[in-house]
Design a protein around this ligand. Structure first.
Ligand SMILES: [Zn+2]
Length: 142
């Protein structure tokens, strides 16, 4: 069954799965965080995508609270030696921050694609098309 997905669905489904925002099938990454040059299924050029530090920023801002709370709780509850934090708090911090970066980057890239985000240009000769809305993409769903 093929139906048009809304912009929000495209961003969440293809972004979280780290798939191409156009077809939903091709891989978005060729390494852990390195974007592939283009989609191997539909050929979409990923050169538009530049989330920069966005994924790391969002993951740090979200995960800093539970990781810090966990470390403070261990310190206040058990008053352990410093090495205990190296085997509990540090792994918790790394496991709560590193794995979510990839899907966050996928969501930001899909969001850039859907919203046609690009660098600001000061081209005043072009008028804005009022029909220029976010893309809707046909992705096959099961
Ligand atoms: Zn594709």
């Amino acid at each position: 069954m093929t139906r048009k997905l809304t912009a929000k669905e495209v961003v969440l489904k293809s972004g979280l799965k780290c798939r191409c925002p156009e077809c939903g099938k091709g891989k978005l990454f060729q390494g852990f965080l390195t974007l592939a040059p283009r989609c191997e299924v539909c050929g979409l050029d990923y050169s538009f995508a530049d989330p920069a530090d966005g994924p790391a920023f969002f993951v740090m801002m979200i995960m800093a609270f539970p990781a810090t709370a966990f470390g403070i709780w261990i310190e206040l509850a058990f008053e352990p030696a410093l090495w205990v934090h190296f085997v509990t708090t540090l792994p918790f911090l790394l496991l709560s921050c590193i794995p979510p970066i990839r899907p966050f980057k996928g969501v930001l890239v899909a969001s850039q694609y859907v919203n046609k985000a690009e660098e600001v240009r000061f081209d005043t000769s072009r008028e804005v098309d009022p029909k220029d809305e976010p893309r809707s993409v046909a992705i096959t769903t099961n």
